[in-house]
Design a protein around this ligand. Structure first.
Ligand code: F0G
Length: 344
């Protein structure tokens, strides 16, 4: 059984001595070799399976710390805006802490598994007739005027918790990978990974990938109506814009865009070639290195190892999976019919 993330990294996390540990034993996620993708990009590629966290995404790393601190400080309600995963995680940790949760999501625009989670955990789910970016503006204003804890990644404890993913990778490899590939939405996670690496005095190249219809950091300007099949990263005005750009610049990495077609091709390749089912947004990390290669820092050789962060589990978004997968094969209940169905 994995040790709760807060116990594993307590000395590196800013909790107060009296804070309760609100945990579902998150973190300690698998780092798996990706031979098929390694072959294609000509480097050793490893996949960090963040979908193996308790609610199926990396958000649990930040949420255990943010909700523990919120509970310790006496808060009774946590709120967030979300494209789905933050909502599911906030709802679960609020339930665990005996707190109330309210989550604001863009109406009809989040994957169905995430909605089911938030509802089952008893959060108040508010479907906003507007974008994620608008929802974030509203919850920020709300948190200024009400006694509620905002658990979006603008919350510093979220970033602190999420940086532990970098610690795990460095511990497991015995050194930092030479590059990191990561999907970018609101830009909290890339900020957190970079902080984790810097705290260990390491500096892999950081390659961030946005969906081309929702790529404000690549364009250098907010996107008013972001659009992509990867609903988790359908974000037009990332909250941690400057910090994310600083990570790409200081690491001598890149921020690039990948098309929905490239995301879906990587999503399928991961599932059929590597046996790993992640959600579409997560596949942007692999799509990115397949599309853009592994550009080296000036005067340096190309990286030999790259960790791709697979941020969320494929079961989060069964609709996209079923729409993109081959059909099931109907069959009469006869041995010969089953034989034909399998072997023809
Ligand atoms: N991948 C997945 C599966 C996500 O859910 C998110 C963000 C990201 C990548 C991007 O991470 O925002 O830190 O750059 N999801 C947020 C949410 C926005 O509300 O669940 P980021």
């Amino acid at each position: 059984m994995p040790e709760p993330l807060i116990e594993r990294y307590r000395s590196r996390l800013p909790l107060e001595p009296g804070d309760p540990v609100v945990t579902l034993n998150e973190g300690s996620t698998p780092l798996v070799e990706a031979p098929v993708i390694s072959e294609r990009v000509g480097a050793r590629v490893l996949l960090k399976l963040e979908g193996a966290n308790p609610t199926g995404s990396f958000k649990d790393r930040g949420m255990t710390v943010a909700v523990s601190r919120a509970k310790g400080s006496g808060a009774e309600v946590v709120i967030c805006a979300s494209t789905g995963n933050t909502a599911a995680s906030a709802a679960a940790y609020a339930a665990r802490a005996g707190m109330r949760g309210a989550v604001i999501v863009p109406e009809g625009r989040i994957a169905i598994g995430k909605l089911a989670q938030a509802l089952m955990h008893g959060a108040r789910v508010i479907a906003l007739r507007g974008s994620f970016d608008r929802a974030l503006e509203i919850v920020r204003a709300l948190a200024d005027s009400h006694p509620v804890e905002l658990v979006n990644s603008v919350n510093p404890y979220r970033i602190e918790g999420q940086k532990t993913a970098a610690f795990e990778v460095v511990e497991e490899l015995g050194e930092a990978p030479e590059a990191l590939a990561i999907p970018v939405g609101n830009a909290g996670n890339v900020t957190a990974w970079w902080r984790g690496f810097r705290e260990l005095e390491t500096a892999p190249l950081v390659y961030g990938f946005q969906a081309s219809g929702a790529a404000p950091l690549v364009r250098g300007a907010p996107v008013a109506e972001p659009e992509t099949i990867a609903s988790a990263i359908r974000i037009g005005n990332p909250a941690r814009w400057e910090e994310a750009m600083a990570a790409f610049t200081s690491s001598r990495g890149r921020i690039e865009a990948v098309s929905d077609e490239q995301i879906l091709a990587a999503y399928r390749l991961l599932a059929t070639g590597e046996g790993v089912f992640c959600e579409p947004a997560s596949a942007a990390s692999v799509a990115g290195i397949l599309a853009h290669g592994l550009p080296p820092a000036p005067d340096a050789p190309p990286p030999r190892t790259v960790v791709c962060v697979l941020t969320g589990h494929g079961l989060k978004d069964p609709d996209t999976a079923l729409n993109k997968a081959p059909p099931v094969v109907g069959c009469d209940p006869e041995l010969s019919a089953v034989e034909r169905a399998i072997f023809d």
